[in-house]
Design a protein. Sequence first.
Length: 395
Amino acid sequence: MRCGIFKSLLFSTLMFSGLIASSTYGESNDKQAEISRVMDSVIRPLMQEYRIPGMAVAVIVDGKSYFYNYGVASLKTQQPITDQTLFEIGSASKTFTATLASYAQVEGKLALSDSASKYLPSLRGSSFDNVSLLNLGTHTAGGLPLQVPDFIHNDDQLTDYFRQWQPSYAAGTYRVYSNPSIGMLGMIAARSMNEPFDDAIEKKLFPMLGITHSYINVPSDQMKDYAQGYTKQGAPIRLSARVLSSEAYGIKASAPDMIRFVAANMGMIKIDSELQRAINETHTGYFRAGEITQDLIWEQYSYPVALKTLLAGNSDAMAYQATKVIALNPPLQPQANAFINKTGSTNGFATYVAFVPAQKLGIVMLANKNYPIAQRVTAAYQILTRVGGRLDAQN
């Protein structure tokens, strides 16, 4: 018993010492000091409550970026979180997959309106004759499962599974959140470019975005920057590669790279014009599902938005249950006055990304422990409200 108390006290001491050692970069002015105070007041209690070893948080306020690093990348080594620390971003990886597919469409290599089986000849004559690439990228394929089934270990088994799969709903009628769905879209996008998916992301998309320290496969000489993840129970864990994991949840990213991606999504940096068009088009709204407008992976809300609306849109029900959708015809064109977000989780990491293009306001929250989505959304909302203005005019 005394040993358990000692370990608890030791953990608390390590957490507290790490929290104090936060760092910021940006303009040395009153705004930075204000943001720093807000960040500490939200992030420190969050980390203490959920015993999160380390977090990296980046914000864009009035078009300027600020970075805040808390705690440690590993409880064992006590290595501090830095701007170079790599976090598993989980399903936030899907936004890069969506960007790749959108870019392939801009380049004329595929059309989101086409059926999936057009690009996968082995699936012709299957249910995927009636599932479009757009359905795959909006979770409206008809009820694909949340995860690739455990018995699938290679591409041949995956193809057999897809060939035999039968939808529970007509395509485009229900939203069922699915890793195999976006995984198939990523696979098709990469094949349309005649590249392996990992190469299409790491060697094509990342360089075009100016992303320099994020990976699907972390090189051996960069492993020193790869944070140790921790389960909700505090056990160390990292992601193990599985079929379609690269496409659905496989990216390990740094906070500066992620906030640069947010900036690109708000049209704030200079990139290739076709890539910018592709990014913008991922913000097109295709379906109304509960509280959200479903874009190409991104989830959108009218701005201003209430916290209770964001919590409903990011609820367990939206992640694990089928939600009837209303198709938007014509689709909703990209909106500047929108709150756009995406969560991401692995067993040992947690991510939240959100931005408001019209306000040049955005946030990336990376943690090396999985903690509840509702607390991520709430923390981000509190920060953005206090540093960037009220997000809900009625609150």
